[in-house]
Each structure stands twice: as structure tokens, then as C-alpha cells.
Design a protein around this ligand. Structure first.
Ligand code: BEZ
Length: 211
């Protein structure tokens, strides 16, 4: 069965462009973003990997480690790195897993045989410091992902884990958040000293607590 939210992210040992990684140990207390791309030396993947390198500082700010994967070897990744820098202007600054034996992609269900029986799809797994899967996304090979969206989701996940709030449609960092219905109005007054706006009994907005 496919990995689901709340499952423990499978641990593995793998060769990467930054040496051998024992995944859970490498994550330590950080959040993790593990993403697969179908194949080296392909156009959409080249743009994605360059973009993640450009955004690396944003992931660092959120205490999140990024790691990519494809079913090609580390030596192929090493050759491709030069192209990624040439094409996007961004030098790869995070590890890429060589998964030519499909060990990791099978553990994470990144190969969808009815799409392609050998290449990985574009999967994203966000993993919490407790090593549980917090988010899964699957895109087809032809559609490049939006990594700004992954940052937005990390902001939301981290708020939810630190405060009893959730985030509304199209929410962005800095905007009002929603107080969990389990908190009654009296407790909400104490917990959210900036106050709240009640639209319905079950829909109460408060300014982002960590701002
Ligand atoms: C790409 O990155 O452009 C790509 C990779 C595999 C299949 C289709 C497109």
C-alpha cells in the first residue's frame, strides 16, 4: 500500500552526490523534503533541481533538509550537475540519491507502473522531525513542480505543529490563521492574546501567532 500521511518515512542507506547517507540519522531533528525526478539529463528535471538549489536558503531557514532522487547512478548525477549549473545558474547544494537499484523509490512508491514501469514520477514527501510523513504530492513527468508551494506548506505545517491553528485557502506566511474548533472562545482569548475575529462559531481567524 502507498505511503500515507502519518506513516513513518522508511529509513534507508543510500549513495548520494554527497556520500553515503543513513536517512533518519541524516535528518536528525530537522524537517525533510524528499523529492524524486524521473531521469537525469531531462529538461523539466534540470529546471526543478536548479530551482531547489536557488531556494536552499529558504529551506534552511525553516530547518528543513532537501534531498533529491532519481533512478540513475551517482556518477550520472555527478556529470549532470555541471549541466544544471550551466542551464540554471544554480550550483547543486544538496544531495541527490543514486537509486539505480530502485531500493528507495520502491520503499516510497515513487514508481507508478501504469505511468512508466522504470522511471520515478515527481513525488514529494515532507517528513517531520518525528520522522512521520506530513505531506505527499505526486506530479506527472511532464509537469514541473512549484517549490515555492512546498515552502508555503512547510510554513503551514510548522505553525500547526507549534500552535493549535490551521491555515485557510491560499494562505501565505504573515496572513491570519484559523483557530482549531476544539478550543473554546474563553481558552482562545488566553491562547491568542492578539484576539480573534469570529465569522461562524467554527470559523475564527487570529493573526499569525509567531509574527
Ligand atoms: C523531463 O524532465 O523533462 C522529463 C523527464 C522524463 C519524462 C518526461 C519529461
Amino acid at each position: 500500500m502507498a505511503l500515507q500521511l502519518g506513516d513513518t518515512a522508511p529509513d534507508f542507506t543510500a549513495e548520494t552526490t554527497e556520500g553515503t547517507i543513513h536517512f533518519h540519522e541524516w535528518l536528525g531533528d530537522s524537517w525533510g523534503v524528499l523529492f524524486s525526478h524521473p531521469k537525469d539529463f531531462t529538461p523539466v528535471c534540470t529546471t526543478e533541481l536548479g530551482e531547489v538549489a536557488r531556494l536552499k536558503g529558504e529551506f534552511d531557514k525553516r530547518n528543513a533538509k532537501v534531498i533529491g532522487l532519481s533512478v540513475d547512478s551517482v556518477s550520472s548525477h555527478d556529470d549532470w550537475k555541471k549541466d544544471i549549473e550551466d542551464a540554471t545558474g544554480n550550483k547543486l547544494n544538496y544531495p541527490l540519491i543514486g537509486d539505480d537499484d530502485h531500493k528507495v523509490s520502491e520503499a516510497y512508491g515513487m514508481i507508478h507502473p501504469n505511468a512508466n514501469d522504470t522511471l520515478t514520477v515527481r513525488s514529494v514527501f515532507v517528513i517531520g522531525p518525528d520522522k512521520k510523513v506530513k505531506l505527499t504530492i505526486t506530479y506527472p513527468a511532464s509537469t514541473g513542480r512549484n517549490f515555492e508551494e512546498i515552502l508555503r506548506v512547510l510554513d503551514s505545517l510548522q505553525l500547526t505543529s507549534d500552535y493549535q491553528v490551521s491555515t485557510p485557502v491560499n494562505w501565505k506566511d504573515g496572513e491570519d490563521v484559523i483557530i482549531a474548533p476544539a478550543i473554546d472562545d474563553e481558552s482562545a482569548k488566553e491562547k491568542f492574546p492578539k484576539g480573534f475575529r469570529k465569522v461562524k462559531d467554527y470559523l475564527r481567524f487570529t493573526p499569525q501567532p509567531n509574527r
